[in-house]
Design a protein around this ligand. Structure first.
Ligand code: FA5
Length: 349
């Protein structure tokens, strides 16, 4: 460039070159370096401004000054590229130093899905009854008032309806409060053949949630209809169930009760698994824990299902798998089942 000294444009270009390189040397981040590029090399940048002056020179001066300006431009562009590469490299070095991976740290365990405790109990119950010849019958969760109450011997305004606090969809449709309406569906489907089914499923009650009561819980209904079925069959089936579910030495007792759809009706207790019948806080010092409601199918219910009560008889029972799981594993609050707390769910699988 020395041969062009004296031309004011060349001097300007040389000054610009020195200044630009000096300011680039202080830049350490990518945003600032881009601003530098716009300031010096952009369409309205300092170099472009100076280069515009070339047009005003005498024709014979233009090629030489033009060449100088191109050299300055190429030098600044190269300096820019080098600076960007340096900044990126410095950033990478910093990141690598800061985010060093400690390969000796323990890995993050992969969480595996599990079967929900209620489903496990439902499967266990189903396996026990299937060994006794019961098949699974699925019934609907949204029921008519007719099936949930009337055909089970509870006409409108019958006081026994108060036993089941009900979610009404409308005047005639409810969320089933128990699995018993499935009895009528099964009977109407199979009559006059004999029946041996269990009906597992979700039930809903409009009641206050407590440690023993949920609004949404499972039940497993059992129903056997045939000729010569007696209370002894019911007892045999339920004692077998209790011993398979809770252990061979379990004692079971039948207590008088009342359900409008069974006659006679019983509630079935098992000796307390916590204190072995000695009396403790879990069994309220009675030595016994209630496990289900049951009875002989009421003649009117048999009739509603299409069976002649003079020829057919049957037994039915209804149990709550969550309560059974609570008894089996000493769980003191039913709310754990549907609150999705992994600390609870992981303990039971
Ligand atoms: C009934 O629902 C009758 N349908 C059972 C029955 C069937 C009797 C066939 C005779 C013949 P109960 O309301 O007692 O009965 O409920 C039966 C079981 O469901 C209870 O023993 C309990 O284990 C469970 N259960 C009832 N209400 C709740 C609730 N709010 N939360 C959790 N489990 C419940």
């Amino acid at each position: 460039m020395a041969e062009h000294d004296g031309n004011p444009l060349v001097t300007q270009l040389q000054t610009l070159h020195t200044e630009a390189l000096a300011s680039l040397a202080h830049i350490t981040d990518l945003t600032a370096v881009d601003t530098w590029r716009i300031d010096y090399l952009g369409r309205r940048g300092a170099l472009t401004q100076v280069m515009r002056g070339i047009g005003t020179l005498a024709a014979e001066q233009r090629p030489a000054v033009g060449q100088v300006s191109n050299e300055v431009k190429a030098a600044l562009e190269a300096a820019f590229e080098t600076r960007v590469a340096d900044i990126k490299q410095a950033q990478l070095t910093r990141t690598l130093a800061q985010e060093r991976i400690d390969v000796t740290l323990p890995g993050v365990p992969a969480s595996l899905g599990r079967v929900h405790p209620s489903t496990q109990t439902l499967r266990e119950i189903a396996a026990i009854f299937s060994d006794m010849g019961f098949q699974i019958f699925d019934s609907r969760e949204v029921e008519s008032d007719l099936y949930n109450f009337e055909l089970l011997n509870m006409p409108p305004y019958h006081p026994a309806r108060d036993m089941w606090d009900t979610f009404y969809i409308n005047e005639r449709v409810v969320l089933r409060t128990h699995t018993s309406p499935g009895q009528i569906h099964a009977m109407r489907l199979y009559h006059p053949e004999p029946i041996r089914v269990i009906l597992p499923g979700m039930c809903y009650r409009y009641e206050a949630i407590t440690a023993r009561h949920e609004m949404m819980f499972h039940q497993v209904e059992g129903l056997a209809v045939g000729t010569n079925i007696t209370m002894a069959d019911l007892k045999g089936v339920l004692v077998t169930f209790a011993r398979r579910m809770f252990g061979d030495n379990r004692r079971v007792r039948f207590r008088c009760s009342h359900f409008p759809f069974t006659e006679p009706s019983v509630e079935v207790d098992m000796d307390c698994i916590v204190c072995n019948g000695q009396g403790c806080t879990i069994c309220k010092h009675s030595g016994w824990l209630e496990i289900l409601g049951a009875g002989m199918v009421h003649p009117q219910v048999l009739r509603n299902g299409g069976y002649d009560p003079e020829v057919f008889s049957g037994f039915a029972f209804g149990m709550g798998p969550e309560r059974i799981t609570m008894l089996k594993y000493g769980i003191d609050d039913i709310r754990y089942f549907f609150s999705n707390d992994l600390r609870f769910l992981e303990q039971l699988s």
